[in-house]
Design a protein around this ligand. Structure first.
Ligand code: PLP
Length: 360
């Protein structure tokens, strides 16, 4: 009388927990765009929502055309998913089986490990230097069983990145039967000129896949649309394992409009970057350790004095109506991740941090 029993590897999974929200106040726990989304995207989605009875285009043809045009890449080598999250899941389905290994950096994005666990594969973690991916450490961990190397560049939750030269060195050190996934969820925010998302590598190499998303700078996280660009064989494998209508019609319509709204993207990047430049030194002056971020969030490290720990800051900020993200699941229990908010939210955050520091 025990009922059906899930596979043992499934029972080992700790389900992913998204950022929490409050009824009132600021939600700065999920790296969402504080400026909302493109007005044109909102109009497109409202229009598309008039016909929910119609199935979406299963191949997301028009979205892929629009992406292809925007990035100067072949639409036939793009596949869309319900968020880039789904792309990662599909990679697991297509490439991983029990006994296989994936490699990611120590504090890399949590979802990659879940993908490995679902497949009964092992997730091997390569140590970082200063919370930044270390190419040599990753290459040292390659074995005969390695199938995929996942690199979020820049990475969530650390906010750090490695230069394109280092990404190329990583690729050179991998066998060509190992898939290198370059997750560029935050690529649009990065200003540093030694950075590249790797589109060119994904165009040329047989084993490099770039993933991108509409969830972050485009502000469409709730609609779920991500995409991957890479070698024909990898795109083909993803198509074979995806659901036939995996991306909604509303998401497709909004994404096409969002891609066309350069102004909104530029405004979002400008806002983020000027606020990063304002918040980082302000928090440092209060005595907090802030990791250098090229993303739309900051990783803040707290002291281990009573009353000044990460969990104390969490409680204090909540009492001010501000929710940020705890990092226990990432193995960084003394850190919190703060999403860059609106100007007003950030002012309140800075005041709250100041008062918190004083209270200690
Ligand atoms: C937010 C995020 C994504 C995007 O996820 P979606 O499923 O596209 O919403 C992907 N990778 C990283 C590292 C992220 O932080």
């Amino acid at each position: 009388m025990t009922g059906p029993k899930p596979l043992s590897n499934i029972l080992e999974i700790t389900p992913y927990k998204g950022g929490q929200k409050l009824d009132h106040g600021w939600k700065l726990s999920s790296n969402e765009n504080p400026l909302g989304c493109s007005e044109a995207a909102r109009e497109a989605l409202i229009k598309a929502a008039q016909h929910p009875e119609i199935y979406p285009d299963g191949s997301a043809f028009a979205v892929r055309q629009a992406i292809g045009k925007k990035y100067g890449i072949d639409p036939d080598r793009i596949v869309c998913g319900a968020g880039s999250d789904e792309i990662f899941q599909l990679l697991g389905r297509a490439y991983l089986q029990p006994g296989d290994e994936i490699i990611q950096s120590q504090h890399g994005f949590l979802v990659y490990k879940l993908v490995a666990q679902q497949a009964g594969a092992a997730c091997i973690k390569a140590p970082e230097k200063e919370l930044t991916a270390d190419v040599d450490a990753i290459l040292d961990r390659v074995t005969d069983k390695t199938k995929i190397v996942f690199l979020a560049n820049p990475n969530n939750p650390t906010g750090t990145y490695i230069p394109y030269d280092e990404v190329k060195r990583l690729h050179k050190g991998l066998r060509d039967d190992i898939l290198l996934v370059l997750d560029g969820a935050y690529a649009e925010y990065v200003r540093q000129n030694d950075y590249a998302a790797g589109m060119e590598m994904a165009g040329e190499e047989p084993n490099v896949l770039v993933t991108r998303t509409f969830s972050k700078i485009h502000g469409l996280a709730g609609l779920r649309l991500g995409w991957a660009y890479g070698p024909e064989s990898v795109i083909d494998a993803i198509h074979r394992v995806r659901g036939p209508f995996n991306v909604t019609s509303v998401a497709q319509a909004a994404a096409i409009a969002a891609l066309d709204d350069d102004e909104f993207v530029a405004e979002s990047a400008d806002h983020n970057n000027s606020e990063l430049d304002r918040m980082t030194p302000a928090l440092e002056e209060m005595g907090f350790k802030v990791y250098p971020s090229v993303c739309n969030f900051l990783l803040i490290e707290f002291s281990d004095r009573d009353g000044q720990r990460a969990e104390d800051a969490d409680a204090f900020l909540r009492s001010r109506g501000i929710v940020i993200r705890d990092m226990v699941a990432y193995g960084l229990p003394n850190c919190m991740r703060l999403t860059i908010g609106t100007r007003q939210a950030n002012d309140e955050v800075l005041q709250a941090f100041k008062d918190f520091a004083k209270a200690g």
